[in-house]
Design a protein around this ligand. Structure first.
Ligand code: FAD
Length: 330
């Protein structure tokens, strides 16, 4: 896989790790594809999910030129990150791909570092923007207090992009579908059983709207008020760490420095004070609404719209009013 230029005859081949959920392509992939487009870039969708066979139309609508369907003989690639990482490395070598990008999602956090370590490539995760031509990524640091420009060196570059950080813009083209069979093993990791965890509602990182509850929720049962509102808004439900540590909701719902980093169009924080660690996970939301009894809470001072009052009174009223809006209930 040797190249000094990170390009082949002036063409930069960029591999994009495509993620699926419930047999459907995640829409956050389209932002990553949009970010990778550029003059002289050839975009390769690297697909390890069997559902990839059906995703040609969606991928070429966003500018993917080659769809590489990676498979293994006999064994399944899915669910085994060691096998997946090795197979992706083989595909990168085969197609002359020196730059790889994907989502900073649970799957991306598992696969991209494995690949970077195996090929000794620099890795930048949680990027808000990437200049692929110069190998410069922008990422938040110190819980989002500063944004760093990070320049990567070497021939291979790997970037994980924050879900929804880059708006997806379509750019239709024609894609070739290329089956690629990798011969890899996984002696160091054998998956014996997979027990799906209990997740709250829709995937947080994919959601356009999130309504979150913190310490003020007081118990698991009280989250119903948020679920009811979420159902009307087609939103996901999130939580602060206090609520997760208390066992009221699963960790999959935690937003913040040690939870999910989210980037919805609308974030509604209910009874959440707005610690620096919570903000680290949601400060890039398009619009932030806070509902809090304390007008001086940090979340109230740093939101777009603040509603002072008891969430258990306000959220049901909000839900009722939203239900009366025909556009929302179509
Ligand atoms: C290393 C580290 C990592 C961390 N990672 C995370 C993380 O990923 N995510 C995270 O969230 N935290 C994280 N924390 C914890 C963080 O510091 C805060 O303790 C936590 O975010 C506070 O949660 P909270 O806002 O729900 O609770 P509190 O700070 O107690 O705030 C509760 C708020 O609810 C309001 N309130 C009370 N009753 C009502 C009511 N009836 N209606 C409306 N408002 C009401 C109060 O006025 C208050 O503002 C981390 C901490 C550390 C040290």
């Amino acid at each position: 896989m040797a190249s000094t230029e990170n390009t082949e005859n002036g063409v930069k081949k960029i591999g994009i790790l495509i993620e699926f959920e419930n047999d459907k392509i995640k829409k956050a992939n389209y932002g990553v594809i949009t970010a990778a487009r550029g003059a002289g870039h050839e975009l390769y969708a690297l697909v390890t999910d069997a559902e990839g066979v059906h995703c040609k139309a969606q991928l070429q609508a966003y500018g993917i030129q080659k769809i590489v369907l990676i498979s293994l003989k006999k064994v399944s690639l899915e669910q085994n990150p060691v096998r997946q990482a090795k197979a992706i490395i083989k595909a990168m070598g085969h197609f002359g791909i020196y730059t790889l990008c994907g989502l900073t999602s649970p799957q991306g956090k598992d696969l991209l570092p494995r690949i970077a370590a195996a090929i000794d490539a620099p890795l930048v995760m949680d990027c808000l923007h990437v200049n692929f031509a110069d190998g410069i990524a922008q990422k938040p640091q110190f819980s989002g207090k500063t944004i760093a420009d990070i320049k990567v060196r070497g021939t291979h570059h790997i970037f994980g992009i924050r879900p929804n950080a880059i708006e997806a813009v379509s750019a239709p083209c024609r894609a070739d579908v290329i089956p690629f069979e990798a011969h890899v093993d996984s002696k160091r990791l054998k998956i014996k059983e997979i027990k799906p965890g209990v997740s709250g509602t829709a995937n947080l990182s994919e959601a356009d709207i999130i309504i979150s509850g913190g310490r003020a929720m007081r118990n698991t049962k009280n989250y119903k008020v948020l679920y009811d509102c979420a159902q009307v808004l087609n939103a996901a439900v999130g939580a602060s760490r206090v609520a997760v540590d208390a066992g009221w909701v699963p960790h999959a719902m935690q937003v913040g420095q040690t939870g999910a980093t989210v980037n919805p169009k609308l974030y509604i924080a209910c009874g959440i004070s707005g610690s620096v660690q919570h903000f680290a996970g949601m400060k890039t939301a398009g619009v932030i609404v806070a509902i809090n009894i304390d007008p001086d809470a940090n979340m109230m001072r740093n939101c777009d719209y603040g509603i002072v009052g008891d969430l258990f009174e306000i959220v049901p009223i909000l839900t009722r009013h939203l239900m009366e809006i025909p556009e929302i209930n179509q």
